[in-house]
Design a protein around this ligand. Structure first.
Ligand code: HEM
Length: 407
């Protein structure tokens, strides 16, 4: 099997191929073929297999599948080049360690937590929309419209994650700026700081937070991780990093995706206004359609078969979630955004034991946003096609220039 068969693409980890919507045509073909595709060592030092269909991706991530996250869960890591956080950070740990970390962190990201943060989220959304409407100085507002991606997308997720971690509002822009850089790859907007440097700065910020929480405990996640008593400071740091990045870097593109979805589907806003009960269906459908998490990686723990391909033990396999979320065998007319789609078994939050722990929070954020938009906005006009980030971890908006027509 050679990767040259994929429309001349040498390496499916190459971030540049995700910069245009040609990716949908590539994924459509690969889902239809439902086979595994090999990418030789390049973005990944050891190479990796890719799979695309809903069934193949679900099987890879299923609880008893012979795969592990402990070597890393993104392209670039494999058995011979493991993520140093493996076995110590929630998303890249397995077994009893994973259970322990999930038990400690879950109460802060649970449905109950999302409900208790509901008033806070509504308040934040109201403020974001007020600024969008009136404050041309904090939001880029010119004849070319307003760019949702760079000025709106990250605000709500950042506010929520900072609240969970006990980060004061005055530090939010600093922390969000650092996570943007940590996840921005070679994106020109973030060229002033290398991702590794941004990570170092995030960790050193949390060193200070730990010192402060030790002296004066709060009711936040850092205090809870300290109170457990079994985690080293370095483990507390990387798990804060996990929640910070997990909570910001996907949700901000889902927030921007809401505006994009409303622009492309003008019938949605009136429908949500007429029948607010449709908002939860809209949230699920936008998550499926926008699929902000682009891939997850696993390494095989024994010889096995993926998408009909035999693989040895210790081999990296990547599930492309937006491809699976447009698998026509599971989602008829997959590129259409349909509020009556039922069931909607999308994989936007992954699947299995590592299913997103922040799913309830993300859903609550998008619900608060759509509720407010349904009440205040008549329509969204796209001023130009969205620009996409040149990264392979997220299906991310670089720019979404719009004109908003308020009620
Ligand atoms: C895990 C996507 C929002 C925290 C995951 C995974 C995906 C995902 C695909 C699975 C990773 C894997 O299997 O290796 C998303 C999307 C979001 C979102 C699309 C928004 C639309 C959030 C939020 C938080 C969060 C708001 C926290 C505030 C986490 C954590 C994990 C995780 C801690 C690791 C769970 C585990 O390994 O047991 N997310 N996420 N995520 N997410 Fe999210």
């Amino acid at each position: 099997m050679t990767n040259a068969t994929v429309q001349g693409v040498a390496d499916l980890g190459d971030p540049h191929i995700y910069q245009t919507t040609d990716r949908y045509r590539m994924w459509e073909k690969l889902v239809a073929e439902d086979r595994a595709v090999w990418s030789a060592p390049e973005t990944s030092p050891g190479g990796f297999w890719s799979i695309f269909s809903h069934q193949a991706c679900s099987e890879l991530l299923a609880p008893n599948a012979p795969f592990t996250s402990e070597y890393g869960m993104m392209i670039g890591f494999d058995r011979d080049h493991p993520d140093k956080a493996g076995g110590r950070m929630l998303v890249v740990s397995e077994g009893s360690r994973h259970n322990q970390l999930r038990r400690l962190i879950a109460p802060f990201l649970s449905r109950t937590s999302a409900q208790s943060l509901s008033a806070f989220m509504h308040q934040e959304v109201t403020e974001i929309l007020r600024r969008l409407r009136t404050d041309g100085s904090s939001i880029k507002s010119t004849a070319t419209g307003q760019d949702i991606a760079s000025h709106v997308g990250s605000r709500l997720p950042a506010a929520v994650v900072c609240e969970l971690l006990g980060i004061p509002a005055s530090d939010r822009d600093l922390v969000v700026g650092l996570t943007n850089h940590a996840f921005g790859g070679k994106e020109p907007a973030f060229a002033d700081m290398e991702p590794s440097e941004a990570h170092t700065q995030i960790l050193s910020y949390f060193v200070d937070v730990i010192v402060r929480r030790r002296a004066a405990p709060g009711d936040d996640l850092v205090t809870a991780l300290l109170a457990d008593g079994s985690l080293k400071d370095s483990e507390i740091l990387i798990n804060c990093d996990n929640v910070l990045i997990g909570g910001n870097e996907t949700t901000r593109h889902a927030v921007t995706g809401c505006f994009h979805a409303l622009a492309e589907n003008p019938e949605i806003l009136p429908a949500l206004r007429a029948e607010p009960a449709l908002i939860s269906a809209a949230v699920e459908e936008i998550l499926r359609w926008a699929s902000p998490a682009m891939h997850v990686l696993r390494v095989s723990t024994r010889p096995t078969v993926v998408a009909g391909q035999e693989i040895d033990e210790g081999v990296a396999v990547v599930a492309w979630l937006p491809a699976a979320n447009r698998d026509p065998g599971v989602f008829p007319s997959p590129s259409e955004l349909r509020l009556d789609r039922h069931p909607n078994r999308h994989l936007a939050f992954g699947h299995g034991l590592h299913h997103c722990l922040g799913a309830a929070l993300a859903r609550a954020e998008l619900t608060a946003l759509l509720e407010a938009l349904a009440n205040t906005l008549d329509s969204v006009d796209l001023l130009a096609e969205p620009q996409w980030m040149s990264v392979n971890q997220v299906q991310g908006y670089r720019a979404l220039p719009v004109v908003l027509h308020w009620r």
